[in-house]
Unconditional design. Structure first.
Ligand SMILES: NC(=O)c1ccc[n+]([C@@H]2O[C@H](COP(=O)([O-])OP(=O)(O)OC[C@H]3O[C@@H](n4cnc5c(N)ncnc54)[C@H](O)[C@@H]3O)[C@@H](O)[C@H]2O)c1
Length: 340
């Protein structure tokens, strides 16, 4: 089976590409290397004989000339929520026009698509309402878990809008042109090959900062670091996608919420404690009470539907995520410095 991975030099894309090529699929990548760190990941693809097409996903005249694939896994996006407020055109072109172009290509070649969506399709106000007090002084407990049926109406960031609209385009292409698809609506994903920054990839940033003794801040919700998110280990996602590919002909045209769920979640404060334990370093962490209008205090995925469908559930917890990422970062510290 021939597979194209868009965003194949990004964190998720590279991991999936390497994972699937070990399973003997013929994998290629499309990535314009715009993300810091993508050139490092490209070198790993090259070592594994995986070709990358250095193309802008927004240019259909280039996309349509690519070879024919059996399956396209769409992992290409400007993934930072904050960027979507500052560079609207860039985010629309990459995330929305990009997905549309991939759909046109899939339709033309009669191939299949797996689309990587995001928990950011849910409205910010609803997620804020889960937490009663804006200053979160105590560790939060996990009560609500979010599934496929949750309301998506309301402002969600322009990033979230592009992901929800892309999902809708996928469903429209399925309805009108019989394109077979799967959509994975993922919460935070983390692990090796992630080049984290403040507004995207906070787990990797936290570990890197501990390794290199760089000051961090708890931002928002009183600055106590008690906001919580689930974190899916990238290997667990790779395993799910591998099962999805194997069962694609029987199970398709479905949308799943996918995340670390109760198995793997953390507050920033707890993440600090894990980082201290693993790196044996303690760093200064400041307190900033104000946060971005796009920030959310809580997100935990309900995996029931995806678990029942594929008999899959995450195997790794937040400790495993930090440990595995730490091993990669510390072993390659010198080479990675320029990418953070
Ligand atoms: N990382 C997460 O926590 C997370 C959570 C939910 C959903 N997702 C989704 O998963 C997918 C992958 O995310 P990621 O974390 O690997 O992001 P990433 O930034 O690491 O990877 C995206 C890749 O796309 C490439 N790219 C960007 N614009 C491009 C363009 N115009 N043309 C071609 N290539 C371009 C970048 O160079 C980068 O390598 C995205 O669709 C994202 O929305 C990620």
């Amino acid at each position: 089976m021939k597979i194209l991975i868009t965003g194949g030099c990004g964190f998720v894309g590279t991991n999936i590409a390497l994972f699937l090529s070990k399973k003997k699929y013929k994998v290629q990548s499309l990535d314009n290397l715009s993300r810091k760190g993508s050139r490092y990941n490209l070198s790993l693809l090259k070592k594994n004989n995986i070709k990358n097409y250095n193309l802008d996903i927004a240019k259909y005249n280039k996309i349509k000339k690519l070879p024919k694939y059996d399956l396209i896994i769409d992992c290409c996006a400007e993934a930072a929520v904050e960027v979507s407020r500052k560079q609207i055109d860039k985010v629309i072109n990459t995330n929305l026009t990009g997905t549309l172009n991939i759909l046109k290509k899939v339709k033309k070649d009669n191939s299949k698509i797996i689309f990587l969506s995001s928990s950011r399709v849910y409205p910010i106000n609803s997620l804020n309402k889960i937490i009663k007090n804006k200053n979160i002084k105590k560790t939060l407990s996990v009560n609500k878990m979010i599934n496929e049926m949750e309301n998506t109406q309301g402002a969600k960031s322009i990033y979230g809008l592009t992901k929800l609209t892309s999902e809708m385009f996928v469903e429209e292409f399925s309805y009108a042109f019989n394109v077979k698809y799967l959509i994975n609506r993922c919460g935070v994903i983390s692990g090796p090959l992630q080049f984290g920054k403040q507004d995207q990839g906070f787990v990797s940033l936290w570990i890197w900062s501990h390794i290199n003794k760089i000051k961090l801040d708890y931002i928002g919700y009183g600055g106590y670091g008690n906001q919580i998110r689930d974190v899916l280990h990238i290997n667990d996602l790779c395993e799910l996608i591998s099962i999805q590919i194997k069962k694609f002909n029987q199970i398709n045209n479905k949308l799943f919420t996918v995340g670390g769920s109760k198995k793997s979640y953390t507050s920033l404060k707890n993440l600090t404690a894990i980082c201290e334990k693993i790196t044996k370093n303690k760093i200064k962490i400041g307190k900033k009470t104000k946060t971005s209008i796009y920030d959310i205090p809580y997100y935990i995925t309900n995996n029931n539907y995806v678990s029942k469908t594929y008999k899959w559930k995450p195997k790794k917890n937040i400790y495993n995520v930090v440990k595995d990422t730490y091993i990669w970062l510390s072993n390659n510290k010198k080479n990675l410095k320029k990418y953070f």
